[in-house]
Write a protein that binds this ligand. Structure first.
Ligand code: UDP
Length: 302
């Protein structure tokens, strides 16, 4: 049987490289497209050249993107700039990378006949949530440039699905954690900071009173869902992709254990976040398997 071929943009990053592992296990040939600004070669160094091809390029600048898409079955578009706080400093950079970059990837994918296109959208499009758990049809409430650029990317993905009959799916990722989480970010996702702090024997920094909640999904559960989506006949859909469970930062700190300090609140962030995952559960017959306490133990004992 001919090998399936997948492109993973941002494939050297945290979520991308975890997905690459799974695709290689599934017997795919994988083309990783990454500019290696936050992505790392070491995230992929365990793979052999026959399974993956690494292409170093910037999706917002490269004019020959389409050359890499020949014969490709699945496109997973994860490349982009993460982190909310720095997006206030340089919204243009976020727009060029996240929105314009997505347009370029869509144009390249449109030229060939692909079986599925998956876009990594962000749950931050719900802003200050009014309804918990939040459904895909609930109100969009853009609070920062990062969320805006990711949401515009989603709009493009859906417009291309409608206008050009592309097999596109946008998944709104909630708070993803797991191995290879980038621990160098300047502002840091909560798990990046906590991992760093544990390693350097510093107290865990709790923002505000720590009662705020997020929906944390383990990267293994998330990549399992994505593999199921590409094998389905679904297209032109938007899905929440989270655990469906709400966990407070205090709870996370207590599972990890050790000292903690409280630091000032972040402006404009939501107090609660939790995905309603009924739609994806039903459509692909998937459910998350890794509880937060099991996921944390796995992550912190490595
Ligand atoms: N947070 C925290 N300590 C940290 C970093 C983050 O308590 O060192 C909190 C943060 O205020 C937020 C939650 O953890 O309420 C998740 O933050 P993160 O930046 O990981 O994701 P987002 O806010 O974008 O959902």
């Amino acid at each position: 049987m001919k090998k399936m071929k997948s492109i993973v943009t941002g494939g050297a990053g945290f979520i991308g490289s975890n997905l690459v592992d799974k695709l290689v296990d599934e017997g795919h040939k994988v083309i990783v497209i990454d500019n290696f600004i936050s992505g790392k070669k070491s995230n992929l160094s365990h793979h052999s050249k026959k399974d993956i091809k690494i292409v170093k390029l910037d999706i917002s600048k490269n004019k020959n993107l389409a050359n890499h898409f020949k014969g490709v079955n699945y496109v997973f578009h994860f490349a982009g700039l993460a982190e909310i706080l720095p997006s206030f400093e340089d919204p243009k950079k976020y727009f060029i990378n996240n929105t314009f970059g997505t347009l370029n990837i869509l144009e390249a994918a449109k030229k060939v006949k692909i079986n599925k296109f998956i876009y990594a959208a962000s749950s931050s499009c719900y802003g200050i949530t009014k309804k918990i758990p939040t459904k895909e049809t609930d109100k969009i409430d853009i609070k920062n440039p990062y969320s805006f650029t990711k949401f515009l990317g989603e709009e493009l993905v859906i417009k291309y699905a409608k206008n050009f009959n592309m097999p596109n799916i946008s998944c709104r990722f909630f708070n993803v954690y797991g191995p290879r989480l980038n621990t160098k970010g300047q502002y840091g996702a909560v798990f990046s900071n906590f991992l760093n702090q544990k390693k350097t024997k510093k107290p865990l920094t709790i923002v505000g009173n720590g009662k705020q909640t997020r929906d944390f999904i383990h990267v293994d559960d998330l990549t399992n869902a994505l593999i199921k989506i590409v094998k389905s006949n679904l297209k032109n859909k938007v899905y929440n992709l989270g655990s469906g469970k709400e966990t407070s930062i205090n709870k996370i700190a207590s599972i990890i254990g050790g000292r903690k300090i409280f630091i000032p609140k972040r402006k404009g962030e939501t107090k609660r976040s939790c995905a309603n995952i009924s739609k994806i559960r039903k459509d692909i017959k998937w459910k998350p398997k890794i509880s937060i306490s099991k996921g944390i133990k796995k992550l912190f004992n490595n």
